[in-house]
Write a protein that binds this ligand. Structure first.
Ligand SMILES: [Fe+2]
Ligand SMILES: [Fe+2]
Length: 335
């Protein structure tokens, strides 16, 4: 299996359904995809392409927003002012990522209020990884290194996604994600150079986050339902298993620098494949967390609902201010 080359594009027939749009619209869309160019919001696009993007981009936006919680919880307890400032900046970046992505999704005609309702009513998905608890400071290191690390591997190919606003949002997001990964690595490095208790805390956090971070790439290719179509549309460039392999290959040398191990007895270099082999993941656990029965699903959603309700006065004040400003502009024009 090669992870360095994109797969050959699928036949054009997989790109659009007949019976939708005019022949000319379909042909134009297909040629943009075939030439690996960008579709922009005002261009004609098949409704399934639009739906797929709304689903993927809004899930991504929700993940950024829910993903603030495990770390925001540690801002007040960060061990130094420097760590506090860095963590605060990181959590703020995630809020920004959520907002770019909601804005990019809005260009497809689905409003942020609709997306937000789907999230707080528990109808929308977000990355399962954020349903795991973060009980120690070392979790901040493991989340940055492994979770943001997996996010980068997933998202770098999305910088070339066929939908322009998504691809452009990803370019900036990826730059910030690489800072996030480095700060996580650095937290772990410092702990690994500390006392035995600190080293154990770092190892324990990595033990807990390793498998869930590998599951962030989604189910194995054989069970991944949306992948082939997303590849035909140049939204997805590599399969789940290809990206997972790339991530493991990237992590192992970094773990050696840290002096940390992974809780996988099957992890070993495979000379023949030129990649690291790794053990089967517990997909039953993944399904449980995805179905809302993970350790923190209910807590994360409730926190988001509370934050939404607590922010009602801000939205009302902003709307009242906008009305007042608009009314003044009308008065000014009439005077
Ligand atoms: Fe992010
Ligand atoms: Fe991040």
């Amino acid at each position: 299996m090669t992870v360095s080359e994109p797969r050959t594009p699928h036949a054009v027939s997989a790109v659009t359904d007949a019976g939708e749009g005019t022949d000319e619209e379909r042909a134009l869309f297909e040629s943009v995809i075939a030439d690996d160019k960008r579709i922009e919001p005002r261009d004609w696009m098949p409704s399934a392409y639009r739906r797929t993007l709304v689903r993927q981009m809004s899930q991504h936006a929700h993940s950024e927003i829910i993903g603030m919680q495990p770390e925001a919880n540690w801002i007040t307890r960060a061990p130094s002012l420097k760590r506090k400032a860095i963590l605060m900046a990181k959590v703020q970046d995630e809020a920004g990522h959520g907002l770019y992505l909601y804005s990019a999704t809005e260009t497809l005609g689905t409003g942020r209020d609709v997306l937000n309702d789907q999230l707080i009513q528990g109808k929308a998905r977000y990355s399962s990884i954020f349903n795991y608890p973060a009980p120690t400071w070392a979790d901040m290191g493991a989340i940055g290194w492994l979770v943001d690390g997996a996010a980068i591997v997933n998202q770098v190919p999305l910088c070339r996604a066929s939908f322009g606003p998504y691809a452009r949002a990803m370019v900036r997001i990826c730059k910030e994600e690489s800072f996030h990964q480095r700060q996580g690595f650095e937290i772990l490095l410092e702990l690994m150079q500390g006392t035995l208790a600190q080293q154990e805390m770092a190892q324990d956090a990595v033990n807990r986050w390793f498998a869930p971070s590998l599951m962030m790439f989604g189910p194995p290719d054989a069970e991944s339902t949306n992948s082939a179509q997303s590849m035909a549309w140049n939204i997805k460039r590599f399969s789940n298993d290809e990206l997972r392999q790339r991530f493991v290959d990237m992590l192992v040398p970094q773990a050696e620098v840290l002096g940390i191990t992974f809780p996988d007895p099957e992890l070993a270099w495979n000379e023949e494949r030129g990649h690291y082999d790794f053990g089967e993941l517990d997909w039953d656990e993944f399904a449980e967390v995805l179905a809302g029965r993970g350790p923190c699903n209910a807590q994360r959603l409730q926190r988001r609902r509370d934050a939404h309700n607590d922010g009602a006065w801000v939205r009302e004040a902003a709307a009242a201010y906008a009305r007042k400003t608009a009314a003044r502009a009308v008065e000014g024009a009439a005077a």
